[in-house]
Design a protein around this ligand. Structure first.
Ligand code: ATP
Ligand code: MG
Length: 783
């Protein structure tokens, strides 16, 4: 009945207590820390005694650390003070480590039986260490050798009492047949670990109930000692003489004790309640470590420090770099010692911790040079791209410029530029007279041919107002595109003719541009519009008076007379009409538009062409015969005179009958002859009261003669001019009218830097005005 209960109990005890705390394991022997207090005995026999242990007064930390060195042995033996009883047998110290003390095992329990199975001896072993810094280590094992025998081990800590564990040794065979050899295999022996922390233990051996009787005498043993140390001898262990086995145990299996600076204080408590009786043990540069499965604490040098943490002044810096080639840095790294640590510096171009145990030194990826490379590459690519763009842009602009140049050359050729060049080559003065402008210049002058700059549109093109670079205001005529050779000749013809003319009453041609698609002609700018505008679209605030009309008639007649007979080569205008008579700032007439003009040799009387001109002004003889003579211009001038006199348009569009002003006028004149008073009916009502009937009659008669269907019956322009001037003198009796002498009308072609005469002519114009100063001022006021 008792055996199962005991087995259960033992198994529970074993279950609770088995399992070791690996954190407290014997560590290396004191090597660097095996320092004894200065002035104290360092060794006892072969054993070094490190502080806090010591031999002799003042050489240990506290009394409990005192070591007795018995020199009666050879070599002397050290004994630990494990209790306060001076009569107690102190255990012999075999080894001392940083946290453990190994002592000789004397606590063995044994029991012997004779061959009849009767007990002959029983000795109990125990170890007492209460109050000492020692405790029994978990690394020990409870070992039992015997048959049908169980051992109980009991111990207590500072806070627990009578903890127990046990182990049963059974034998299936006879005692002398137990085969356990070298290690415990379960028959005739038993081993178990025990979770202790005990400050001492006591072992008992008990025979199992109903223990079998063995034929041989035998003994049983139980001990708690360093694991693995005992070499099992098999049956001989049970049958041999007790003293032999006990001696083997004492020699082979020591007991491992853990030691602490204090048996019962924690780090915090020891630090804060340090007393002279139990001062805090850990010196500088050391750390305090609480025991894990029992009370008490230990000291340990901080990492990077060495020495005895219990001995003043404490741990000292460990120079890791002093180990030469064995230092912790890899060979390429430079080792530099620090208090408590060290640094391994990698050579330049390498990075890492430089430690053998760490990442070592790794060659740097040369980020600076690689980024430099990237920057250089990026710059190169962008520069290359920019260069390509620039080259592309430059090439395209070169190609564009070439194309434009080619186009300009084509235009120049098409517009008769070569013809003009031929003229200029034969006539040197033409070079001075005709300035050739570039298209760009004229584009700038007209703000890219802005619609707002258009002065008017005619049959031959559009006229723009423009300002040249030098600030000169000009009229730029953008002619229609020239397609035919005849048109080209006509244009150059006009250019050459007009460039030769320099008369105050003829619009000056300043130059041309032939490199654009349509040729461009540059004229002096005449500010006050056309005679046609003033006659047929009169403004309310200003009207042309009879005197001004006479002056305009005189100016125009003078210009035509000059063209017909006074200029070096007779020129026929061929398109005289009120639209082509422009009025300058003083309302003096300037004949424009020489697009259809023809110069003829002196002995030539006419030019044969296809009929050109404007309906209403066209000479019927020229219309019929196709021969244009100076009298054709006289006819057209006659129409203008009738316009001036009657204020009516050349084509009286509103009327169905007598649509032609000429026809109507001539019929009216016929009636006048019959009934003289009817003349005043045809005179423009606006000027009717400004002139005398005689004046009107003379002008009407001049016009009538100009409109003679037979050209030969028409007067020449010089006669017309004289007659008009005569009328003017009639109208202005105070001012003795001067007829401009022929020589003065012919202004000698002189050129300024631009190749044109402008200021000299205008001075001449004022000085030689056919108006008296009073009349001139009258005219100016009217403007
Ligand atoms: P056509 O083509 O039959 O002669 P047009 O005389 O009306 O008709 P353009 O000679 O081309 O046509 O002139 C157009 C308009 O431009 C004119 O009516 C006039 O108002 C204006 N103009 C022409 N030359 C000048 C100039 N030198 N200064 C100021 N305005 C001008
Ligand atoms: Mg015109």
């Amino acid at each position: 009945m008792h055996l199962p209960w005991v087995l259960l109990l033992l198994s529970i005890g074993v279950t609770i207590l088995v399992g070791t705390d690996a954190s407290i394991t014997p560590t290396t022997m004191f090597t660097t820390t095996n320092t004894t207090k200065p002035g104290c005995q360092r060794k006892c026999g072969n054993l070094t005694i490190p502080y806090p242990f010591g031999i002799g007064n003042g050489c240990y930390f506290r009394d409990v650390f005192a070591i007795r060195c018995n020199t009666s042995y050879n070599p002397p033996k050290a004994f630990a003070l494990t209790g306060f009883d001076p009569d107690e047998i102190y255990p012999e110290i075999l080894e001392m480590t940083e946290n453990q003390v190994i002592i000789r095992n004397t606590a063995v329990t044994s029991r012997c039986y004779d061959s009849r199975g009767i007990e002959t001896s029983y000795i109990e072993g125990s170890l007492g260490m209460q109050g000492s810094p020692y405790s029994v280590s978990n690394t020990n094992k409870l070992t039992v050798i015997g048959c049908d025998e169980y051992a109980l081990i009991s111990g207590s800590t500072e806070i627990t009492n009578d903890e127990k564990a046990g182990c049963i040794a059974l034998c299936n065979l006879e005692v002398d047949q137990v085969v356990t050899q070298g290690s415990c295999l379960g028959s005739g022996c038993c081993q178990t670990s025990v979770l202790t922390g005990w400050q001492g233990f006591h072992i008992t051996l008990t025979s199992l109930d109903g223990r079998r009787s063995f034929t041989n005498q035998s003994c049983s043993y139980a001990f708690f000692a360093r694991n693995g140390s005992f070499v099992f001898g098999g049956a001989s262990d049970l049958t041999s003489n007790t003293s032999v086995v006990l001696n083997r145990i004492m020699q082979q299996v020591p007991v491992v004790l853990d030691w602490s600076a204090s048996a019962d204080l924690s780090c915090d408590y020891a630090k804060n309640s340090s007393t002279s009786y139990e001062p805090y043990a850990c010196q500088s540069n050391s750390q305090c470590i609480d025991n894990t499965n029992m009370l008490g604490y230990r000291c340990r040098c901080l990492p990077g420090y060495e020495g005895n943490p219990y001995l003043e002044p404490g741990c000292t810096d460990f120079n890791e770099c002093a180990a030469g080639p064995n230092n912790p840095c890899i060979s390429t790294a430079v080792c530099a010692n620090n208090p408590g640590s060290y640094i391994c510096s990698c050579p330049s171009g390498y990075s890492g911790d430089g430690k053998k145990s760490g990442s070592g030194c790794v060659k740097n990826i040369d980020t600076s040079s690689s980024s430099l490379k990237k920057i250089t590459l990026g710059l190169g690519i962008s520069l290359g791209a920019m260069l390509l763009l620039l080259v592309g842009w430059w090439m395209s602009s070169v190609i564009r410029k070439r194309r434009i140049k080619k186009q300009k050359a084509t235009n120049f050729k098409r517009n008769g530029g070569f013809l003009l060049q031929q003229h200029m080559a034969t006539d040197e003065s033409a070079v001075a007279r005709i300035k050739i402008y570039t298209f760009d210049e004229l584009e700038r002058a007209t703000d890219h041919f802005n619609e707002d700059r258009v002065l008017g549109k005619g049959g031959q093109g559009i006229v723009y107002k423009g300002m040249l670079g030098e600030g000169r205001i000009v009229a730029i005529k953008l002619c229609k595109v020239i397609d035919e050779e005849s048109q080209r000749i006509d244009l150059i013809n006009e250019l050459v003719i007009v460039s030769q003319i320099n008369h105050r009453n003829i619009v000056k041609l300043l130059g041309c541009c032939l490199e654009s698609e349509s040729p461009l002609l540059i004229y002096e700018y005449i500010p006050n519009g056309t005679l046609s505008d003033h006659l047929h679209c009169p403004r309310d605030d200003f009207q042309i008076t009879w005197k001004m009309r006479l002056q305009i008639a005189s100016d125009s007649a003078g210009a035509l007379a000059y063209l017909h007979s006074s200029s070096s080569i007779p020129i026929f205008h061929r398109d005289i009409k009120s639209c082509n008579i422009l009025l300058d700032d003083r309302y003096r007439a300037k004949i424009s538009d020489f697009g259809t003009s023809k110069s003829i040799s002196i002995d030539q009387t006419h030019v044969s062409t296809r009929v050109m001109g404007t309906f209403g002004y066209l000479d019927p003889e020229y219309f019929l015969l196709g021969q244009f003579t100076d009298k054709s211009d006289v006819y057209s001038f006659g129409v203008v005179l009738v316009e001036l006199l009657t204020g009516q348009k050349a084509i009286r569009s509103a009327l169905k009958e007598d649509r032609s002003l000429t026809q109507w006028f001539l019929s009216q004149m016929e009636n006048c002859r019959i009934e003289n008073s009817r003349l005043l009916d045809i005179v423009d009502s606006q000027v009717l009261h400004e002139g005398s009937k005689e004046e009107f009659l003379i002008i009407a008669n001049i016009a009538k003669r100009c409109l003679n269907p037979d050209g030969k019956g028409r007067p020449i322009m010089k006669e017309v001019l004289l007659e008009i001037e005569a009328v003017m003198s009639l109208h202005l009796p105070k001012a003795k009218e001067e007829v401009w002498p022929k020589s003065e009308q012919m202004v000698i072609v002189s050129t300024d830097s631009d190749g044109f005469t402008s200021s000299t002519t205008s001075t001449f114009y004022l000085e030689n005005s056919s108006l008296s100063s009073a009349e001139a001022s009258l005219l100016f006021n009217a403007t």
